[in-house]
Design a protein around this ligand. Structure first.
Ligand SMILES: [Zn+2]
Length: 153
């Protein structure tokens, strides 16, 4: 098969699913409906509704960071998470959920934050807790990439 792999990314602004061609840089992608930058190279701040949409409409890997502003390790990890989002752009969608503003968090089985939950096709496949450096985050997500994901990072 010589079909170019493409991925799909949800626009956080309007909720529509966008197809991202494999040969386009993920960082420059814009929403086809509302024109908002998809910012796939940065973590997206989501609320419960947006998280649901991202999980429903994102084939492949989504990495969720559950955090709160009062949590020291969470704020310490923020730049690490941002760096990982840049490295993983086009391969995994990184999103952040503020636990203080989420009803959903109680259903995620989170016992402490920061909590990292890795989804494939909307289902939880792995999780980690505590402060994790960018390199380790990237290595962890890469270990879950399969042939159906875009290969080279
Ligand atoms: Zn949009």
């Amino acid at each position: 098969m010589s079909v170019a792999l493409s991925s799909q990314a949800v626009c956080i602004s309007c909720g529509s699913a966008n197809r991202i061609p494999a040969n386009k840089p993920a960082a420059a992608a814009k929403c086809g409906r509302c024109g908002a930058p998809l910012s796939l190279d940065k973590p997206a701040e989501v609320d419960d509704g947006q998280l649901k949409q991202v999980l429903e409409k994102s084939p492949g890997l989504v990495l969720l960071d559950v955090w709160a502003p009062w949590c020291g390790p969470c704020t310490a990890m923020a730049p690490q998470f941002t760096a990982a989002a840049s490295t993983l752009a086009g391969h995994a969608r990184l999103v952040k959920l503020n636990a203080d503003h989420s009803q959903m968090v109680s259903k995620l089985g989170v016992s402490g934050i920061p909590a990292l939950i890795l989804y494939r096709d909307g289902r939880i496949i792995d999780r980690k807790a505590g402060l994790i450096k960018a390199d380790a985050l990237v290595a962890w997500v890469r270990s879950h990439l399969t042939n159906s994901d875009k290969p080279a990072i």
